[in-house]
Design a protein around this ligand. Structure first.
Ligand code: GLP
Length: 239
């Protein structure tokens, strides 16, 4: 357990940098939890020797968990735009090396299959970064969800649309009704997983997650079956 969100961000940024050096695809997440994490990573990145920065940037490969369906390309509320703002621009990365599902694709189901196949063709994910939804989702794997779920398009729950309304002028109805997400199968296939949980509003769901056996009602609970999962929480979120 770390003291606060800034201390959590420092630890996670260090792990991400190690994950980057491993050469395997990084599994990345969006959300408010990740904003200080990417800020801390950008600070570390700026302090690297120029040559190492160039080498790591040249072979950068990251795969995001999810994207909203139906936002036009370039919409500032899309997860692609979030990753540009918080990661690609601060680190000076080539945007083409940051992979996300295309939420503007004409056929979201076909896009989900394409994205899942692309991740598999990359050999899967090395280090997977995860945030935690207030209803226990990871990525956008909404309850009920089993460990064999794969990359797919799905309807977002009312709870998730309310949780994410802030970026949509505070109106849950303005949050897209559907998203594309990697499934628990692809997440659980990652070599290592970092679940990052900060803030008092996450305390109750984190406690449930740590106490309950895996169940469909709590998608993140399947992470308990992974051999190399690490939960990094601050004092406010820790039970
Ligand atoms: C979002 C994302 C998740 C994210 C989670 C937590 O809906 N799909 O990948 O980790 O919910 O969000 P936040 O960090 O804003 O609490």
């Amino acid at each position: 357990m770390e003291a606060d969100a800034a201390a959590v961000a420092a630890v996670v940024a260090e792990r991400l940098l190690q994950g980057c050096r491993s050469g395997r695809p990084l599994g990345l997440a969006t959300g408010r939890t990740m904003e200080p994490v990417y800020r801390a990573l950008a600070q570390r990145w700026a302090a690297l020797p120029a040559l190492e920065r160039a080498v790591l940037g040249e072979r950068w490969c990251s795969v995001n968990l999810d994207e909203y369906v139906g936002l036009p390309a370039g919409d500032p509320r899309s997860f692609r735009a979030f990753m540009m703002r918080h990661l690609a621009r601060p680190l000076g990365l080539n945007p083409a090396r940051l992979l996300l599902p295309d939420g503007a694709a004409a056929d979201p189901r076909a896009e989900a299959s394409r994205y899942g196949a692309h991740v598999a063709a990359l050999g899967g994910i090395g280090l997977q970064l995860l945030g935690l939804g207030l209803n226990g989702h990871v990525g956008f794997n909404e309850p009920p969800c089993g460990p064999d779920s794969r990359c797919r398009a799905l309807a977002l729950s009312a709870a998730t649309r309310a949780q994410n309304a802030e970026a949509f002028g505070g109106d849950p109805a303005a949050v897209p009704a559907e998203a594309i997400t990697l499934g628990l199968a692809e997440i659980l296939a990652a070599e290592r997983i970092l679940l990052v949980v900060t803030g008092a509003r996450k305390a109750a769901i984190l406690q449930r997650l740590l106490e309950q056996p895996p169940s469909q009602a709590l998608p993140a609970s399947w992470l308990q079956r992974h051999p190399a999962v690490c939960v990094i929480a601050d004092r406010a979120a820790a039970p």
